[in-house]
Ligand binder design. Structure first.
Ligand SMILES: [Zn+2]
Length: 722
């Protein structure tokens, strides 16, 4: 029943312009071995915005997030932290729940509907059902989709992925295991009997899917990557492990000596969560009603979602997802990857402490062209808050309401100029034809929604801000404070203020999905009842704001941030260093681009604040710069950036110093080299090693490539630089 020839399979075409009654949208479920960071928060904000926008238009919407809790990596993290695997998962989940509560993304704040955990019994039931359905069907080429075989190869636990030769780094020492190119950690040798999924039989069907539904994988550049990956030939996929080697997982139906491959089982969460293969969730949500899902993922896990997952579903005869959108990653302001060793990560605690939730949401959606990489720095966040939010939207609201208070006794005036006053009004330069502004704002609304539906958030916000700019100009040109001096221009003044207030009503509805709290405040300030969440932006009509309604007190929506002061505060040590350490212990699997941050370094802080003052010679003398020679150099395990060096400074014994140069300097390249050391730097611990000084290097280019300072002439070890 589940078998089908490639030719009779029809893919449903989804068109966002067609009316839809239900919508199901997901973040990835996050691997429960590392704590939440900016990458997680970002996907949550994106999906939350999409979900709110659909709900606002009356579409019955489900928003899923959650955690992926099985696999060898969780087992190991648990062991390291002296917990059971379930306790390890609970621990990480508590941090995800904390993050979603703090950033208004949980159910209580109108955010996610489902927090999925793959350790739920209903999930076991559902995944087993999917496995059985696949096992009892035939591939398009008439073979069994699941077969037993012998697997021999290399496996990266943090990636939860088998690695082919071009996906790992060959060992430098003979007999040592190769290392993962992503994690730089040693791979596990796996040689055991297990089950395979015959992925190789699904290439044609997958290609036809990408062809028939060009928006199945987005953006376009990622779609092309996926297509060329599939065209390059698909290998069958090992989908189980022996229970004796990986016990923390879902047993294979009918063969409990094997556990399912964690990706096979984790991907299936999107279906089991809403009732695939289990009654419990089906009663609560309804698989038939909500499936298929729109997935949002980081580009690093696109292959799993755009190739393996639809192949599993095709094999089981279940409809493939509505679409998979892969977003880019956040880089630092200079375009470097964020990492702890560079000290350029963004800390969730800092965002939470110093910025409003809506400011963070706005920045994330405005700053990153969705699908490409974006740059995130505290300074650019502050700049955006001050320009777009404080001086832009916030100022438009406060100046409009202040004038309504001053000139209209705090009541929304009428927006009509009576016939007999039209000529008079025209003399002031005010456009007496209100259809001009009505037409402009309707068009902007339509374009805004179109961009939002295409997940082009940045472009959508640009369009919304064109309304802000237009209104600012209208007010500046009309000079209400001049109009107020002339009794005869009372209606002209009223009209200008009405138009500004009415635009703000539209903006609060349009921007609600992006800034739920702020727009709700705007709504109240305008004297409106209910919530912008309940107003369908498509049903907005110009003139809907009722004259005579009383506005409420005016508070600044986005107070201006004193940049230098705040950057200074952010630079101070964060209280919760333990968080960073824990997360760092295990590299993540889902969207591992950013990690919790240590406090910014002092150099960065000074740069950011723009300090250019001179120092006294005495200040320089405080820095003890010495010549040293590298005696030994080795990579720090689990770090792609750090070299561990023993350096002779002419002292009794050599110094141990860590340097973040491993990406550019192989250990052997450092041996015997003369370097400049900051010898009186307070010792600090990195990755469990004490670093007793710092190697001086220039840093240039977009990636901040380090170049080590050295000498042409011979200099004895320990010589002082002055
Ligand atoms: Zn890896």
């Amino acid at each position: 029943m589940n078998s089908h020839a490639a030719n009779d399979l029809q893919f449903t075409i989804y068109d966002s312009r067609l009316s839809m009654t239900s919508f199901y949208v997901t973040t990835p479920i996050y691997y429960a071995n590392s704590l939440p960071h900016l990458g997680h928060l970002y996907t949550m904000i994106v999906v939350d915005t999409v979900a709110r926008s659909k709900r606002q238009r009356g579409i019955d919407t489900l928003f899923l997030t959650g955690t992926d809790e099985h696999g060898i990596n969780i087992e190991r993290a648990a062991e390291r932290n002296k917990r059971t695997p379930k306790e390890q998962a609970d621990y990480v989940v508590s941090y995800f729940k904390k993050m979603t509560a703090e950033f208004g993304l949980d159910t209580e704040h109108g955010g996610f509907d489902i927090f999925m955990r793959t350790t739920e019994p209903f999930h076991y039931e559902g995944v087993s059902e999917l496995w059985r359905r696949i096992a009892s069907s035939k591939t398009p080429k008439g073979n069994d989709p699941i077969y037993k075989g012998h697997y021999e190869g290399w496996f990266c636990a943090p990636c939860a992925e088998y690695k082919t030769e071009d996906e790992y780094q060959k060992p430098t020492v003979e007999g040592a295991p190769p290392t993962c190119l992503v994690h730089e950690t040693p791979l596990d040798r796996v040689s055991e009997d297990g089950y395979f999924f015959r992925l190789s039989d699904y290439d044609e069907e997958l290609l036809r899917l990408y062809e028939t539904r060009p928006d199945f994988v987005r953006p376009e550049s990622r779609r092309n990557e996926v297509i060329s990956f599939v065209r390059g030939g698909l290998q069958d996929l090992s989908v189980s492990r022996l229970k004796s080697s990986v016990s923390w997982g879902v047993p294979v139906p009918g063969d409990p000596e094997h556990t399912m491959y964690v990706w096979f089982e984790a991907l299936t969460n999107y279906a089991t969560a809403i009732g695939f293969g289990n009654e419990q969730q089906d009663r609560q949500f309804g698989f038939e009603k909500y499936w298929p899902a729109q997935h949002f993922v980081g580009k690093d896990i696109l292959r799993f979602h755009a190739v393996y997952w639809p192949a599993f579903l095709l094999a089981a005869g279940v409809e493939v997802p509505r679409g998979v959108f892969a977003h880019g990653m956040w880089l630092d302001p200079t375009g470097r990857k964020m990492s702890k060793t560079l000290g350029n990560t963004i800390e969730l605690d800092v965002l939470n402490r110093h910025f409003s939730i809506d400011a963070v949401r706005y920045f994330c959606l405005r700053e990153m062209v969705f699908g490409q990489d974006g740059r995130f720095g505290y300074e650019s966040l502050i700049d955006r808050v001050n320009s777009d939010l404080a001086s832009g939207l916030g100022n438009l609201l406060s100046r409009t309401l202040a004038m309504v208070t001053k000139y209209c006794d705090g009541r929304i005036p009428t927006g009509q100029i009576p016939e007999e006053k039209i000529l008079l009004a025209k003399r002031t330069g005010v456009d007496t034809d209100e259809t001009t502004i009505a037409g402009f704002i309707e068009l902007a609304r339509d374009q805004f929604l179109q961009q939002l539906d295409n997940f082009a958030f940045s472009r959508a916000l640009e369009i919304a801000w064109s309304i802000v700019a237009r209104m600012d100009k209208m007010i500046t040109d009309a000079k209400p404070w001049e109009l107020a001096k002339d009794e005869n221009q009372k209606q002209t003044l009223d009209t200008v203020l009405y138009r500004a207030a009415e635009s703000l009503r539209w903006l609060s509805v349009m921007l609600y999905p992006v800034m739920p709290q702020t727009t709700t405040q705007m709504w109240t300030h305008l004297g409106l009842h209910g919530s912008p969440a309940d107003v369908n932006p498509l049903q907005l009509k110009w003139g809907g704001l009722e004259a005579g309604s009383q506005i409420t007190e005016v508070k600044a929506l986005f107070p201006r941030i004193e940049k230098a002061k705040l950057l200074g505060e952010i630079g101070s040590p964060a209280p919760e260093m333990t968080r960073a350490t824990e997360a760092d212990a295990v590299p993540g699997r889902f969207s591992d681009q950013t990690k919790p941050a240590p406090p910014m370094t002092h150099a960065t802080e000074a740069d950011a604040v723009g300090v250019t003052n001179f120092i006294e010679i005495g200040d320089f003398a405080k820095v003890d710069l010495r010549v040293g020679q590298v005696l030994t150099a080795e990579r720090v395990p689990k770090s792609d950036k750090l070299l561990l060096l023993q350096i002779d400074l002419g002292e009794d014994k050599p110094r141990q110093i860590l340097a973040g140069i491993a990406e550019y300097y192989a250990p052997e390249k450092m041996l015997g080299r003369k370097v400049v050391i900051v010898a009186n730097l307070k010792p600090r611990k990195l990755r469990g090693y004490e670093s007793q000084g710092m190697v001086v290097a220039a840093s240039y280019g977009e990636e901040g490539k380090p170049v080590i300072a050295t000498f042409d002439e011979d200099v004895p070890n320990g010589a002082r630089l002055k």
